[in-house]
Design a protein around this ligand. Structure first.
Ligand SMILES: *Cc1c(COP(=O)(O)O)cnc(C)c1O
Length: 380
């Protein structure tokens, strides 16, 4: 496989390194150390502090959303987002099987049950066509929402995930969700800096969740953000994630089962410095995506690109191999040479906890599962 060796040389040359090349490394070249030192000097390292407020404001500015709430990680942002739109025990949430485990877990943490529907081949995210087909077969509109005729349970939300930062077909998604009165929650964990028709991902659904884990576009060490244009839901998000305590100078009265999900100020300090570098990281990644595009042109290996009307953040870049055998060869050759590559996730219903969940035929998801491989994608 000559082209794999060429790719390894290409990646080494781009990153100017003959050492191990990871899939995605954080870069700290701005005010990270300064803000962290300021936080320590202030003693406000924990649950209150100015960087938490600043981080939330920056997220509002970047996404254009009315409200952002900082939380401990992306998973908790999705867990709370689902609760905010009214997901309850024994209800159902439509999502994709081709996703990272956190999407499904966030549903299960609400004691709700995922329904796994297929993805589109072009976006690799939940297919509005698949959602429409499922609802036409199983959906029943009642006064308080949409019910699944085959299980008798309410379908309380639909949560697409913008795979690797490629936005799903949001216009079509919002149309089918509105028609069936199902709230749209976006798993935008991977899509900070990705846009759909000029709107930032995570601002089209009712509520969304972002992740600031160490491998994401920007990191707070660990962290997440709940984002919404609904100010009341935003206020509720802050309340629930900070133990649902009634404001009082000294009394402890909590009137709901809240969570201790607030982002520590120390992490928010790191996040603020990272967000200042976001534009630079995105520009850097776009340069690499363009270089990969011309490198893989006519190579027999397809480099996945953003589709019309969207701007992807190119968080984790990926190639599509022709079949499983070629995929295995690609994975083995690159990893053996110290250039990290990784196959896309196992479909959620292959995992023991989600094996029993309702799903459709998963034609596209199964196709992509056998072919998609992530390749080094760090900002330089
Ligand atoms: C990273 C990620 C999350 C969760 O993020 P954490 O911050 O690691 O909890 C959720 N969904 C998807 C699709 C992700 O990639």
């Amino acid at each position: 496989m000559e082209s794999i060796q060429d790719m390894i040389s290409f990646v080494r040359e781009h990153f100017n390194s003959d050492k191990f090349i990871p899939l995605h490394e954080p870069r700290f070249r701005g005010n990270e150390k300064k803000y962290l030192a300021e936080t320590i000097d202030s003693t406000f390292v924990s649950s209150v502090g100015t960087f938490v407020d600043q981080f939330e404001n920056m997220m509002q500015n970047i996404t254009g959303a009315e409200k952002s709430v900082a939380v401990v990680n992306g998973t908790s942002s999705l867990q709370v987002a689902l609760r905010l739109v009214g997901v309850k025990k024994d209800e159902e949430v439509i999502t994709q099987a081709l996703t990272f485990i956190a999407t499904a877990n966030a549903i299960a943490y609400n004691n709700a049950v995922p329904i796994f529907l297929d993805v589109d081949l072009d976006t690799m995210g939940l297919s509005p066509k698949a959602v429409k087909a499922f609802l036409e077969e199983y959906g029943e509109l009642r006064e308080n929402g949409c019910y699944n005729k085959s299980t008798g349970r309410r379908i309380a939300a639909c949560m697409p995930m913008h795979t690797f930062g490629f936005p799903v077909h949001l216009d079509e998604m919002i149309r089918v969700c509105n028609q069936w009165k199902i709230p749209l929650v976006e798993d935008a964990a991977e899509s900070l800096g990705s846009f759909y028709k000029g709107k930032h991902t995570g601002t089209i659904g009712l509520v969304s969740g972002f992740s600031f884990n160490g491998n994401k576009v920007v990191t707070s060490g660990g962290g997440g953000a709940i984002v919404t244009n609904d100010i009341q839901l935003g206020i509720q998000a802050k309340y629930l994630t900070t133990t649902a305590k009634k404001p009082h100078p000294y009394e402890f009265f909590h009137d709901d089962m809240g969570y201790n999900f607030r982002m520590p100020n120390l992490n928010a300090a790191l996040a603020c410095a990272q967000l200042e570098s976001l534009e630079g990281f995105l520009a850097d990644k776009r340069i690499l995506a363009e270089k990969y595009t011309s490198f893989f042109k006519d190579s027999g290996i397809k480099f996945r690109q953003e589709i019309p009307y969207t701007k992807a953040n190119y968080w984790l870049m990926c190639v599509e191999l022709n079949n499983k055998t070629e995929r295995e060869e690609f994975l083995k050759n690159t990893n053996d040479c110290g250039v990290m590559t990784r196959p896309i996730w196992n479909l959620m219903y292959r995992l023991p906890m989600y094996a029993h969940c309702q799903r459709d035929a998963q034609k596209n998801a199964a196709y992509l599962e056998e072919r998609i491989v992530n390749i080094p994608s760090s900002a330089r």
